[in-house]
Each structure stands twice: as C-alpha cells, then as structure tokens.
Design a protein around this ligand. Structure first.
Ligand code: B12
Length: 323
C-alpha cells in the first residue's frame, strides 16, 4: 500500500454498477487498458483515487463516492484518502449491470416502480421521504439525469393527468410541486462538472409560462453535459432574452422550454427574437407542450430531440454544421 496505514476497508457483495453514459464507457476503458487488460492507474501502483476512477469511467465523482460509502465498490481509506483497487474497479464495470437503464430482468425494481414510490411521497408533501426514494434509486444505479428524466418528470406528468381527471386536488398538485422544487435543489450540485466549458447555453421560458420545474431540470442536465448555463427561468420577457444574448460570451445555443400549450405562440416570438439577434446561434425548443419535431420546427427551432439528455449532441451537431 502506498503512503501509510490501512484504515477503513469496505467490501459488501451487493449490486455491481455500470458507468454513466455507457456509450462512452467502452471507449474510455479501451483507452485505459494496458497489456494485461487491466485499468491503468496513473502511478501504476494498483490503487487509484476516487477522482481518477470517476475520470476513467466518465462519471461524476459523487457517483463513485456514493458507491464506496454504500459498500457497492470496495475501497480503503489511507491517510484520509479513499483508494480503490483497479482490479475492483474493473470488476465493477465488467460484471452484468443491474441498474435502472439496463437492469437484469427481475433483479431490481424497474423505473416504473421507483416512479410510483416517488409520486406517492410527492403527493404527500414528504420531502425527506421523496429524497429517500431518490437516494435509494441512485444507490441501485440511477444517475442524476435518469432521476430527472425517468422518475421526476414522469411523476409530474402523471400528477398533472391525475389533476386533470379529478383524481387529485389542486392542493396536492401544489404540495407535489414544492417537493419537486426541493428535490431539484438537492440534485442540482450533482451535475456540476469540472473542466473547460463547451460554451454558454441560455435557457428560458416564454412570457406567461410559470411552470418552472422542467427548465430547472433541463439547465442541470445541460450543465452536466459541460455547458455554462444562463437560466433565465419562467416568464422571460423577450427583451431580457435579447439582452442576455448580447452579454453572453461564447454562445453555443438558445433553448426555450414550454409546458403549457397556450404559451407556444409566445415561444415562437422568443425564438424569432433570438434569431434576429444572433442568426448563427442554434435555437431549440422542447418540453411538455412540444410533442414532436414538426411542432418544434414549426416554432422556429433549428433541430429536434425529445430527450434532454440528447440535447448536448444536437447542439454540437448544429454548431458544426454552422461552421
Ligand atoms: C406542477 C404543475 C403546476 C404547478 C407549477 C409549479 C411550478 N413551480 O412549476 C402549479 C400547481 C402552480 C400549476 C399551475 C397551473 N397549471 Co399546471 N401543471 C403542473 C404539472 C403537474 C407539472 C408541470 C411541470 O413542471 N412539467 C414540466 C416537466 C416536468 O416536464 P417537461 O416540460 O416535459 O420537461 C422535461 C422534458 O420535456 C425536457 N425539456 C424541457 N424543455 C425542453 C427543451 C428542449 C429543447 C428539450 C430537448 C427538452 C426539454 O426536460 C424536462 C425534464 O425532463 C403539469 C403536468 C405536465 N404534464 O407537465 C401541469 C400542467 C402544465 N398545468 C396545467 C394547467 C392548466 C395549469 C393552470 C392553468 C391551472 C391549474 N392547475 O391551476 C395553472 C397555471 C399556472 C400558470 N400561471 O402558468 C396544464 C396545462 C395544459 C395545457 N394548456 O397545456 C397541465 C399540463 C396539467 C394538465 N394535464 O392539464 N401547475
């Protein structure tokens, strides 16, 4: 062991995990493999830090840390620093994933079951209980962006449908919304990424649109994709968007989010103003009120993707096309 006495040792045989954004994991592991097929540690000592492990797998530091603290990934604490054996890290990434996105059938509750639990806690106004569901889901392999897209967003959509059909009251919808606000506040820091930013993305909602939860999630997801975010939030006056565009440095895109279909004409005006201000900057629109590509392009968007996790790739493709 390098550098001192061995402290805590954690080894609990529970679910293995798969790295965030599996698409990239293969490439990263391929780059990181030595002749023996093991992950290369920077000093080749066999031990790597949590930050190094996170960088190798392309996941957030907190993802690795959480798994260590929950005993999913074996680690030792040496002189106050957690160290992971590279063989343990490799084992954890090559064994069958048992997580939200590609869990082994029957081995773990599916997203729908996590979502039902979350929705029930939200409707009770239970912030701590809702957070408990989220933490447990993350311990079982859900990444923060999956919590947003696969658990929190469907819960809010279902809550809206229940309100519309009279199954729940407006006060329950309000309670659930304030729980969602608290949850987003707690999850936000998990999206902070180190390193150079790809550019600035301005996100905004059209005048009159007050459903601000979706745009808050969107901003976090884009921050996690490596952009600097200027979130103008709900009910953004057109002139405020234009002023923000003038002041922004390296502007990568303007993204408008619309929840209420009544606000689509205002969204169209916002996108038109963005185009007049900086015609070369990609403009995108999405959210609950935008059902498909036709609707998005019809409002003046330059491209379309439904899943906010695909937005970074779309922005980069549009920027490359414009060069
Ligand atoms: C919570 C909520 C409220 C809360 C808002 C609290 C808040 N701070 O936001 C309260 C209780 C205050 C409220 C009030 C009202 N609401 Co309301 N509300 C909702 C509910 C349940 C969730 C809204 C939400 O946050 N959704 C946003 C997120 C979770 O989803 P999203 O937009 O799809 O965003 C995700 C993705 O699409 C994506 N995304 C977002 N933007 C973009 C952009 C791009 C480019 C891309 C790629 C992706 C992307 O990322 C997000 C994260 O995954 C919806 C139900 C629903 N289906 O959304 C009804 C809903 C929006 N409300 C509705 C209505 C009618 C109202 C009220 C008029 C009546 C009422 N309920 O009292 C008022 C009006 C408020 C106002 N002045 O604007 C209707 C709107 C119907 C319509 N015309 O379209 C809905 C759809 C309910 C329903 N089924 O009838 N509401």
């Amino acid at each position: 062991m390098p550098g001192g006495s061995v402290g805590e040792f954690v080894r609990v045989p529970v679910a293995p995990f798969q790295a965030h954004r599996g698409r990239k994991l293969g490439a990263r592991l391929a780059v990181g493999r030595g002749d023996a097929g093991a992950l290369i540690a920077p000093d080749d000592s066999g031990q790597i830090s949590l930050h190094e492990a996170a960088d190798l797998l392309g996941v957030h530091y907190m993802t690795i840390y959480r798994r260590v603290r929950l005993g999913i990934l074996p680690a030792r604490k040496v002189d106050g620093t957690w160290l992971i054996d590279r063989a343990d890290l490799e084992r954890a990434t090559t064994t069958t994933p048992e997580r939200g996105r590609r869990g082994r059938r029957g081995s773990h509750p599916r997203a729908s079951s996590w979502q039902e639990r979350l929705q029930a806690r939200m409707l009770s106004g239970d912030v701590e209980g809702s957070w408990q569901v989220i933490e447990t889901a993350m311990a079982s392999g859900f990444e923060p962006d999956e919590i947003y897209v696969r658990l929190l967003t469907p819960s809010l959509h279902a809550i809206g449908a229940s309100w519309e059909s009279g199954r729940i009251s407006i006060d329950q919808e309000h309670l659930a919304s304030s729980v969602a606000t608290a949850l987003i506040g707690r999850l936000g820091p998990r999206f902070v990424r180190r390193g150079r930013k790809k550019g600035v993305v301005i996100v905004a909602m059209p005048p009159g649109e007050r459903h601000g939860l979706g745009v808050a999630m969107l901003a976090d997801i884009l921050a996690g994709a490596g952009y600097e975010i200027l979130n103008l939030g709900p009910d953004t006056p057109t002139e405020s968007l234009v002023a923000a565009m003038r002041n922004a440095g390296s502007l990568a895109a303007v993204v408008v989010s619309v929840v209420d279909i009544e606000r689509r004409p205002a969204a169209e005006r916002l996108l038109a103003a963005a185009h007049r201000e900086r015609p070369s900057v990609p403009r995108l629109v999405g959210g609950n009120a935008i059902s498909d590509e036709r609707a998005a392009l019809g409002l003046g968007a330059d491209g379309w993707v439904a899943d906010p996790r695909g937005l970074g790739d779309l922005i980069e493709a549009l920027r490359a096309r414009g060069r």
